[in-house]
Design a protein around this ligand. Structure first.
Ligand code: HPA
Ligand code: ZN
Length: 316
């Protein structure tokens, strides 16, 4: 089954580049940049990947991202991910990156963006993987910081096609970023947002009505609100679901409780994605495999999930 799932042509629509930083590359970059790490080695770092919630993960994710300093570092990170895409027949990807994770620690805006953009361009030419970058705002930071980031990004507008919203969800509703998204959409960017991962269904309503997003990232807590489910079906709004992430961050205690196949059968446009593959135990194929192992996903269901991901692509 693994090989069959691996060969299935797929798109990945929810993947944070900083979350694809494997421990081996993290240590390589730390050595290259002469950074001291608090972990003795790769194994000890991997042992730290045990999370009770989103925030515990984010603390380690931001700490890990600190080894990314030069354009080459961002290139190597992105290229390693694209090679994974090639190995798993991900023919199209729309990854996120968080500019503020880097500008906040003094890395110039263009350093991260140039490295990532160059790798995506090489991926198109050398690997035949189509892609579009999503610039994602950190929702735990103030609105003004997001506005400043959007302004900083404008000279590089061709390097990304959409804006997103991620980081700590609780207490940071989509409404906080209504003006930022209005500006971004006014500039012609598509919009997506994380909502209903840890946050309540109301955050999903807000993302749709206030931020006017075309896809919801995660969205699994929509199951608590039947009216919302009806709307997602009626408007065929894609959900970029990340099964291994949801169990690693204790959104669900066990994969057997995951609602993705029920949502699929009800007609919600759900897709399968890896979120932060280096931290959550696998890339797209491993996420599909977990659904097979724990929920009895059939090949026919896998084909529909993969087709949904291809249908939900937005990058030009
Ligand atoms: N949720 C919110 N923010 C994130 C995530 C996530 O799963 N991964 C990286 N930033
Ligand atoms: Zn995410």
């Amino acid at each position: 089954m693994y090989d069959w799932l691996n060969r299935l042509p797929k798109a990945e629509l929810h993947m944070h580049l900083e979350g694809s930083l494997e421990p081996e590359l993290l240590f390589t970059l730390a050595r290259r940049n002469a950074i001291d790490l608090p972990w003795a080695g790769v194994e000890q770092l991997r042992d730290a990947y045990a999370f009770n919630n989103l925030q515990e993960f984010l603390d380690l994710y931001y700490q890990g991202a600190d080894v990314l300093r030069t354009e080459q570092d961002f290139y190597d990170l992105t290229w390693a991910y694209l090679l994974k895409c090639q190995a798993q027949n991900v023919v199209h990807t729309e990854p996120f990156y968080d500019p503020q994770t880097h500008t906040e620690r003094g890395i110039p805006f263009e350093v991260a963006l140039n490295g990532i953009s160059q790798a995506l361009q090489d991926g198109r030419k050398q690997l035949g993987i189509s892609s579009g970058l999503i610039l994602s705002f950190l929702r735990h930071l103030p609105e003004e910081e997001a506005l400043k980031t959007l302004k900083q990004a404008m000279p590089y507008r061709d390097a990304f096609f959409a804006v997103g919203l991620d980081s700590s969800e609780m207490g940071h509703p989509p409404s906080k970023f209504q003006r930022v998204f209005e500006q971004a959409r006014g500039e012609g960017f598509a919009a997506v947002a994380h909502a209903g991962e840890e946050g309540p269904p109301e955050y999903i309503w807000e993302a749709l009505d206030l931020l006017k997003v075309s896809r919801i990232d995660h969205g699994v807590r929509a199951t608590e609100n039947p009216k919302l489910i009806d709307r997602l079906i009626e408007e065929q709004i894609p959900l970029t679901v990340c099964p291994l992430s949801n169990t690693k961050l204790c959104v669900f205690d066990d994969m057997a409780e995951h609602p993705i196949l029920e949502l699929l059968e009800r007609g919600v446009k759900v897709t399968v994605n890896s979120d932060d593959p280096a931290y959550f135990g696998g890339y797209v194929t491993e996420n599909f495999m977990a659904l097979h192992d724990s929920l009895g996903m059939t090949r026919e269901q896998a084909q529909r999930l993969a087709q949904n991901s291809l249908d939900a692509r937005m990058a030009p």
